[in-house]
Design a protein around this ligand. Sequence first.
Ligand code: FES
Length: 592
Amino acid sequence: MRYFTISLGERKIRVREGEKLLDALVSRGIWPGGDCGGRGICGRCRVRFLTASPPPTAAERHHLSQGELEGGWRLACQHRVEGDIDIYVPTFGESIGEKVEAVPAYTSTLRPAAVREVLEVPPRSREGQRSQLEELEAASGKALETSLPLLRELPAALRTGSRRITVIRVGGRVVSVRPGREKPALRGLAVDVGTSTLAAYLLDLETGEVMGKGAIANPQLPFGADVISRISFARQGKDALYRLREAVVGGVNHLAGKLASKARIDPQEIVHATVVGNPTMLHLLLGIDPSPIGESPFVPVWRTTLVLRAKEVGFKVHPEAVVHILPLVSGYIGADTVSCVLACNLHQEEKPCLLLDLGTNGEVVLGNRERILACSAAAGPAFEGGRISCGMPALEGAISHVEIDDEVRYRVNGGGTPRGICGSGLVDLVAGLIREGLLDRTGRFRRPGAHPLASRIVGSGKDMGFLVEEEIVLTQKDVRELQLAKAAIRAGVEILLSRFAIEPKEIEKVYLAGSFGTQMRPESLAMIGLLPEELLPRIRAVGNAAGTGARFALLDRMALEEAEHIANKVECVELSREKTFTEKFVEHMRWG
Ligand code: FES
């Protein structure tokens, strides 16, 4: 197999011959944009060839001007790497970075499942027929599950260490055996596989310290913006499923490697990983055909916690590291929702609490220690900037806040030039346009002549839009996407309230999870009508609660058991079967 080099300024990437340029970039954390599955439809994965550019394809002639084509601009999804190339990716540099959010501290007792113990294995007696493994188990006082590579290490470890041995195990699963008394570090990796964003946390399992955190766009984005399009892509066959798996596993390894090198540790020190995500993302991570989720009766292939080894999953950490895939509830309610409940402790609350996880899927949970209801609202990816013409995940370069009066002011994650707009910025922008009368209650653009910003309303009819910044335009279609997302969530909230037989005023707290929740402004939510107004003062932004739950599961073995308990307790409400859903959905398509 031949390899070529892609040069991006100082950075060099080694790529297999024939690899799709877009896949090569995204799997290494460089996200040029695009959400059409690499089909040349969205025209957003733009890169510039600084060396000889390949002949343009029909899709490129459609999306790029003659001047752009002559200047070397191409669509990354349209070309394969057939030689060394030198390119410029406009979003490269600061496009992939740490998520702009604080990590909530872990304040409970540290009871990690990963432990290190020094065992004195008594001298062998001539009588009896105990194996070395049985002797080890007797010294440890518990049944141990080992593996072939570990069994191969055991005789030498016992011999060299004079029958004293250092064992690292996660629960009863042995990760390593070393001769003598040693103190190898215990590190953990918590992974949240979101449809749009992949987040990971590196933890010191002995102190609970977060040694690093990072997030990148999910490398599967070029295969589709939402779970349905990823399932359709996976259905194309084994090769497609393999590509999806490779992309996401590559993304996790990219993040793990980056976090380890920043923390100056060896990735082999990572002995335990916990993974959360929606059911489709977890199926794809494990290379399991997600088709059963996409067709009636919409069931996942498995539901309970999976306990795997890193080498099986493909994670480049300690090969024998234990990987817990947290449990799913149903085909659409996944380990990410279970993990959010765990992080917010909603399952222990006395009074009912509402939890909204507004990622690419919108999950709504309502419950307390007695009962938990959950639904997945077909909100689409608007709250994560998906399917929005100028949208992007809440990574660096995204406009996260917008203020509109006589002029437009905005804040960009990480500072610098905006590359697009994320969910919180989108909600702020739309709320501001409604307030200023530039959008009417039905979601149509208006051009009131006297308003100083009227000149920013461009185009006409269906093609109207609001010019935020050069090349960042909010279109009429974008506004519709947000209306659909908001109406689906609001209808879901109302249906869960009526199933729980309570009024909004009886809700104690509203947890808003996801990067959107961290950066959103309650007044903007009120303006678009995402939640009943009386709930707004009770909102608590909890950041990436799914990632937080995954961290808790690394630091407390009891949390792993609790996750299973939560998954069994959650009752799923299927919105499409609810008689009042359509009525409520249509009612909330209007703003306010
Ligand atoms: S045109 Fe390349 S990803 Fe859409």
